[in-house]
Design a binder for this molecule. Structure first.
Ligand code: ANZ
Ligand code: ZN
Length: 852
């Protein structure tokens, strides 16, 4: 037989798969479905890196096995191709992003095909294709229609050098991701999606899915639900408002509302703190005697990032607002109000009641500004802390209320409850829930994204304002916006006019004003209003890359549908995704965004399930041989093309799986792939030694070995432990080598097992057994446990080298298991009774020697 030649074998089978399409998902089908999903790649200019195939090969092994087990499998691939790197590269090269993206996709496709991954290539999706983003825009329109999309003026990070608004993910440690310049905060009109309306369901429905625990925890933390109370404090000003008729409005405005998780500590609130962005300052400016100082403080604070502001280790800064005070509703004490940047506008109400005795941040602040500290919770008597301890930090735990009037002696939980009732009776506050989750900032001032399908019409405003303004239903940001002090109605582009295509432009540079480059294309911007046919202008912001990736798994189900997002019957058959694998870096934003869209689509009757993904798992990253993250700048990138060229796709794929436990971070080692290559050579040579099955005769030992292998692979695939699958196949080959020959039927089973991980060589050797069929279309071999022979071994158990007992046990066990059993033998217990074991010598299947 000729030498193992991976090149001819692999290109031969890739061509056959391309023609015969054995990985094509069927519809309709009587079979049970299985829908595994990998996070579709961003086709970067660098091409595939070794990290991508880890996930793809793993799910391919699972998909192949499921197909052999009779499932109708949908294992799709596509391209998440909008995004900044392509746009930046386009600007640098002066070439259209469309062209660059196409080249990158072609390269990714070539690379994936060269690995022989069994994707259903007929279902490829591409987020930048207008046939695809037409439906992304359509989903946006539905969100708009259901009042879940709105425009708001919010603070965004701004790069003064690029003159562009940056999304959070484009800011790296406060600096612009593109040029490294320190970013600033700027107010800008942005489209927002009201994901917070779904916060409760996004949290509680986690009970219905089967995500890894660490993924669930990250989702829970990101949503960050806190139960507590909102409490209203009156604000008193020494000066009265400038004019009398403002008085009434001022009364309402000068209520300071806080969110607290500890309403039981209200009697201990000795000051208040508001965030620098808090509207109270503007509302009551006339009453603030040190307004210049306050404004200076705010200016400095606004330049800081949220991270800097909330850093527990940094010294708290703030400034007292002179001229106004607040009234603690519990005891009517007059307390000072500060502005400090450790309070965030984005959480709760942007204002807090500070309880320095029981909150460490408030404690540090009170010490610094010499504010009184009043103890109102005492740890239960059993574990009294001494007061000296309390002098340098707050007691944040629970206990009994003290110095708290009607709450005194109550335990924290009862006290919280009682205080909430007390507040509710007096209309001073109520039970309240806060979430860390923020609404989703949905617009980008970039070119390479989906245009937001909205136009702005002035004449529509003039007409509708006459009707609606009185009824107060006409809301800024929801129904109309202001541009240069003119009011415009927000008019959705009619669904029948979708897609709003991205126009081809000359220049992809952002404009000086920080608008998207689209704003400079006046014949695109100027359009007619679909409602009144007057001149109108288009929205020039585009969507974030998170948009297209929030629903791609739906489009795979029906990729060519031009009537709707996807056929409901097909959705019903294929949903939910059975197994979704991706990186840990996507278990917060992407996972939440897509769950949110899915739930919304469920609510409007587009999808039949509440959740998109039944199971979410995650793989560990692959590091460079030097233990660092692979990166071009470090020059330590392992190029999959080179590996495939040298060792072949099969050896590469085997090594990707063999590297280490799937969920753990592992290091690439090129020596390792040599090992899997040698293993394949061994398999190749073995094919010469296969003997025909003889009637009525069976090699008990090889039957036992192959059933053991099948048993192991079955459980490994279920538990996603691919590395031990590969090592068990290697052990099997060692056995076969020793045995010298193998019967045809056992060999065939082995090839089927091997085909999950090294499909090309498996097809080739299968075809050499005179089969006309493809191995990937075989039936998974059934396990016959009765054929597994458990080798019985007798261990000699020694103490200091002298035989003291013997142990009958299964062969091939791990050291720990054997040593533990040996330790439990009565004789050995006796010998070891009063001594300490210095060392244990273990000889597999032979000896355990305790040295004392
Ligand atoms: C009074 C109090 C007393 C508080 C006490 C804590 C302990 P979590 O658990 O994260 O929800 N807080 C409220 N809004 C804030 C904001 N915008 N920026 C910074 N801090 C804010 O935390 C809720 C607690 O964080 C709230 O309860 C409030 O301080 C503070 F012994 O109110 B607490
Ligand atoms: Zn109009």
């Amino acid at each position: 037989m000729a030498e193992y030649n991976h090149k001819t074998i692999e290109s031969k089978w890739q061509k056959i798969w391309e023609e015969q399409k054995p990985f094509k998902a069927a519809y309709p089908s009587d079979k049970k479905k299985f829908y595994p999903l990998i996070e579709f790649p961003y086709p970067s200019g660098e091409g595939l890196h070794t990290g991508h195939p880890r996930s793809y090969c793993a799910l391919d092994a699972i998909a192949r096995k499921k197909r052999m087990e009779g499932f109708n499998v949908l294992y799709p691939i596509g391209w998440d191709a909008f995004g900044l790197p392509t746009e930046n590269y386009a600007i640098k090269m002066g070439r259209p992003p469309q062209e660059i993206s196409k080249e990158n996709i072609n390269n990714f496709r070539r690379q994936l095909k060269s690995l022989g991954i069994g994707f259903d290539w007929d279902r490829e999706v591409n987020t930048t294709d207008s046939k695809y983003y037409r439906w992304t825009q359509w989903i946006f329109l539905q969100l708009l229609k259901h009042d879940l999309a709105y425009k708001a003026n919010i603070a965004i990070s701004w790069c003064p050098k690029c003159k562009i608004g940056l999304a959070n993910e484009e800011v790296v440690q406060g600096n612009c991701e593109r040029c490294g310049t320190q970013t600033e905060k700027r107010q800008k009109e942005q489209w927002m999606l009201e994901i917070t309306k779904y916060a409760d369901r996004l949290l509680s429905d986690l009970d219905e899915v089967d995500y890894l625990e660490k993924i669930k925890i990250q989702q829970q933390n990101w949503i960050g639900r806190s139960e507590g109370a909102s409490v209203k404090f009156k604000v008193r000003s020494k000066k009265s408002p400038p004019t009398a008729d403002q008085l009434k409005a001022e009364e309402v405005k000068s209520q300071l509302e806080v969110f607290t998780t500890r309403p039981d500590t209200l009697f201990g609130a000795t000051f208040m703190v508001i965030a620098p962005e808090h509207p109270l300052i503007l509302n009551i400016e006339y009453g603030i005697s040190n307004i210049d100082e306050v404004k200076d403080y705010i200016d400095v604070a606004m330049k800081k990032t949220d991270l800097e502001r909330s850093d527990e280790k940094k010294e708290k800064t703030g400034i007292k607002i002179e001229g106004i005070t607040a009234i603690n509703p519990a005891n009517n004490e007059e307390i000072p109000i500060f502005v400090a940047d450790y309070v965030m506008m984005g959480y709760g109400t942007g204002a807090i009641m500070a309880v320095p005795a029981h909150d460490n941040r408030d404690f540090a602040f009170a010490k610094k500004y010499n504010i009184s500290i009043k103890e109102v919770v005492r740890p239960d008597s059993s574990n009294m802390t001494n007061s000296s301890n309390r002098a340098n930090r707050a007691y944040e735990g629970e206990g009994r209320s003290v110095n708290s009037g009607f709450l005194d002696c109550l335990m924290t939980n009862e006290a919280k409850q009682k205080m909430i009732e007390w507040l509710e009776e007096r209309k001073l506050g109520s039970k309240s829930v806060s979430y860390k989750l923020r609404d989703w900032v949905f617009s980008r001032q970039h070119y390479w994204g989906e245009p937001i399908p909205v136009v702005y019409c002035r004449s529509c405003f003039e007409k509708s304002s006459k009707k609606k303004v009185e009824s107060r239903k006409f809301k800024i940001g929801r129904d109309y916006i202001e541009i240069n002090h003119e009011k415009y109605v927000i008019v959705p582009v009619p669904e029948s006019d979708l897609p709003v295509e991205l126009p081809v432009v000359e220049n992809y540079e952002p404009t000086d004003s920080g608008e998207s480059p689209l704003a400079a294309i006046s014949d695109w911007v100027n359009t007619t209003c679909p409602v009144c046919e007057s001149p109108a202008i288009r929205e020039t912001d585009t969507m974030p890359t998170w948009a297209g990736s929030s629903w791609y798994y739906l489009r795979y189900i029906d990729p060519d549908n031009d009537k709707m997002l996807a056929d409901p019957n097909k959705l019903k058959y294929w949903l939910p995704v059975d197994l979704y694998n991706g990186g840990m870096e996507h278990v917060t934003l992407h996972l939440l965004y897509s769950r949110f869209w899915h739930k919304f689509l469920f609510d409007i009757g587009v999808v039949p399930t509440k959740e998109p993904y039944q199971k979410r798992v995650s793989h560990g990253m692959i590091l460079a041989p030097d233990g660092q993250k692979m990166s071009k700048s470090r020059g330590n990138v392992v190029n999959p093309d080179e590996m495939v060229e040298k060792f072949g796709a099969d050896a590469f794929r085997l090594y990707e799986m063999f590297l280490g436990p799937f969920d753990q971070v592992v290091k690439w080692q090129t020596d390792g792939i040599r090992g899997t290559y040698r293993f394949l050579e061994k398999v190749w040579r073995m094919s010469d030694k296969i003997t025909e099955d003889k009637e009525g005769e069976e090699d008990k030992e090889s039957e036992s070995q192959i059933n053991k292998l099948i048993q192991k692979i079955n459980s490994d695939i279920d538990n996603m432990q691919f590395n031990t699958s590969v090592s068990t196949m290697m052990e099997f080959m060692n056995f076969v080598e020793k045995n010298g020959s193998l019967s045809q039927s056992v060999w065939e089973k082995f090839l089927i097992v091997l085909s999950l991980f090294a499909p090309h060589i498996a097809e080739e050797l299968w075809s050499q057994t005179n089969k006309e069929t493809l191995i990937c279309q075989q039936v998974w071999p059934s396990l016959d446990e009765s054929k597994i022979i458990e080798l019985q071994i007798t261990y000699a158990i020694q103490v200091n080298g002298k035989l003291r007992a013997s142990l009958d046990i299964k062969g091939n066990l791990f050291e720990n298991d054997v040593v533990q059993k040996a330790n439990e033998l009565p004789n050995i217990i006796e010998y070891l009774k009063d001594s300490k074991i210095q060392k244990t010598i273990f000889v597999k299947d032979k000896i355990v020697n305790f040295v004392i």
